[in-house]
Design a binder for this molecule. Structure first.
Ligand code: NDP
Length: 337
């Protein structure tokens, strides 16, 4: 049965009591500890009712933050169009309750201005995103990835211009390692435009941010929002049997390849699952709780194929159980292997 939610005229604001909100670094902006990303499952071929249901379920459980990028689809741009449609039909009266983000920095149109981090690309990219979303402004606009061939001053200057012109309320960077993030944040600060978030890949299975000392480099001033917290679905029940079920991301063999589901990975996933079970959690819930134990994490940015997946993850928000030192050690040993 489809999720039933009276989005147009909600009388029940108890959704905000179901969620925990953390500040993005030392900025005023607060984000839900679980945010929803629309990288997958919101392309042109996706079922519009399921898409609407996922977003409605998120909103009805206190998720105020929806993360997009110009290239999310397929085809690129489709997820922004779809979310724009949901905003108009379902959430129109709730714009001020939402934090909508988008990004530019990956290939979007032909020619020398369709990619990377030039001022030309960033400003045009944001304008195109606003049209697809049907919005006058986004809440956060990110540079999607560092550009080795454009001066950081130019890229950050373009982000600051978006804020000055009212097209974005805040800006962020994504996939920036500690050293380049610190430089970018300094440039933005000098222009009076704080960088609210660094959006990075971080999960129990992907620990580069720890080796990079990203959290200490940011010093708590810029928030960290973690993408692919479930390692694109690896940290869930889906692959525990060692098979690749129909309708899973690995079956699509796109951003998550079937060949990544190796025997040794499945053994490690089952060991993690045993720890989760002892804690009274599912593997996906433990993966989210593990990230949230770090107060430097502003939000965990999950994806969901359907509302049920999201609801399962959200269960760990209210309880947010802590970890014993022994559990953390065991997780480290398993994930280091
Ligand atoms: P996750 O690691 O949360 O993976 C989401 C996938 O996990 C789902 O599509 C589903 O896979 C599976 N899943 C989720 N919940 C459950 C559950 N309860 N039980 C079983 N399986 C579950 O995140 P994503 O990789 O989707 O990334 C999240 C967001 O992060 C993106 O939408 C985007 O906004 C952002 N992102 C940013 C990037 C950047 O460069 N800045 C790059 C990548 C992502 P299945 O379909 O197999 O069921």
């Amino acid at each position: 049965m489809m999720y039933d939610c009276h989005m147009s005229h909600p009388s029940d604001v108890s959704r905000y009591a179901k969620m925990v909100y953390r500040k993005a670094g030392d900025n005023g902006l607060k984000l839900p500890v679980v945010s929803l990303g629309l990288w997958h499952n919101f392309g042109a071929e996706a079922d519009p009712l399921v898409c609407r249901d996922i977003v409605a379920t998120a909103f009805d459980h206190g998720i105020t933050h929806f993360d997009l990028a110009d290239n999310y689809g397929p085809p690129p741009g489709a997820a922004e169009c779809r979310f724009g449609e949901i905003l108009r039909t379902t959430l129109a009266s709730h714009r001020d309750e939402l934090v909508v983000s988008s990004k530019a920095g990956y290939q979007m149109w032909p020619g020398p201005y369709g990619d990377w981090g030039s001022r030309k690309h960033i400003i045009a990219g944001c304008d195109q995103s606003l049209k697809r979303l049907g919005l006058d402004y986004v809440d956060i606009f990110y540079h999607h990835r560092p550009d080795p061939n454009t001066p950081l001053e130019e890229t950050m200057g373009a982000l600051a211009s978006l804020v000055r012109s009212g097209k974005a309320l805040y800006v962020g960077i994504s996939n920036y390692h500690a050293a380049e993030a610190v430089k970018a944040i300094r440039i933005l600060n000098d222009m009076g435009c704080p960088c609210v978030l660094d959006q990075v890949r971080y999960s129990m299975l992907d620990r580069w941010t720890e080796k990079d000392h990203l959290f200490s480099a940011l010093g708590g001033k810029t928030g960290v929002i973690c993408f692919s917290p479930l390692a694109q679905g690896l940290l869930t029940d889906t692959y525990l049997s060692g098979t690749i079920p129909a309708g899973s991301r690995a079956k699509e063999n796109g951003s998550l390849k079937a060949e990544q589901i190796t025997h040794s990975l499945v053994v490690r996933l089952n060991k993690l699952d045993a720890i989760a079970k002892k804690r009274g959690q599912s593997l996906s819930q433990m993966a989210v709780s593990w990230l949230l134990r770090n107060e430097g994490v502003t939000s965990v940015l999950v994806g969901a194929r359907n509302p049920q997946q999201l609801l399962q993850i959200l269960e760990c928000v209210e309880t947010n159980p802590s970890f014993s030192a022994e559990e953390l050690n065991m997780i480290d040993k398993i994930t280091e292997a």
